[in-house]
Design a protein. Sequence first.
Length: 274
Amino acid sequence: MTFLDMLRDATARNHSLLCVGLDPEPAKFPTHWRGDASKIFDFCAAIVDATADVVCAFKPQIAYFAAHGAEAQLEKLIAHMRSVAPQVPVILDSKRGDIGSTAEQYAKEAFERYGADAVTLSPFMGLDSVLPYLEYEGKGAFLLCRTSNPGGDDFQAQTLANVPGQPTLFEHIAQLAQGPWNTNGQLGLVVGATRPQEIERVRAVAPTLPLLIPGVGAQGGDAVATVQAAQGGPMVINSSRAILYASAEMDFATAARAVALETRIALNNAALQA
């Protein structure tokens, strides 16, 4: 199955638009593991086990593993996901953005070393920074489009005077991803949940692309507004900290499941209202 096939299947099978982001911070681990980076796999695997039937995807963020020298734990975690939740796609959040042979190595890292189904990329070096990932048949690539951080305005919101229609940069990225760059139907877009009005603009430009939408939960994104803005095409709505750190005690996985279930219900109800 391609990434898009897996995403559609998991969305339908688990009745879910929710993606759980795996951003392990040992300093925030439950009391009995707090500060112990050797427990990254154990912590994340417990979250996966508790939420595997509630999500449409998992999204490990590579920096949270690499910063602690825990790449082997990430490999082990993705293998664990394949064992307990083979129907749930894995999006490796790495935001790579280089070209040539370096991009080829990053693609190899994502798809061969870690075995991810999709990856996040920065498109700002152009199409040749994306093509090496599209060589992997059936894999997905989400391009940063409209991020929710304040500094996103520095570039993404700027108008392109020499492009027909004078779109903003983020609208132009969406146009490219929907059209000439998406030669094999593998592309999606990353759009932050804190800007629902701009999610609508992206969806209007890219009606069929999957949107990866971080920011629901601890970052303040509104679930109802997000779903309503992204309606009409596939969506993967990510929540990380609100689920991962729902409890600081031994019941952390149970608490994580409870928050994931609440979030799934909120997203599904929003979809019904859209």
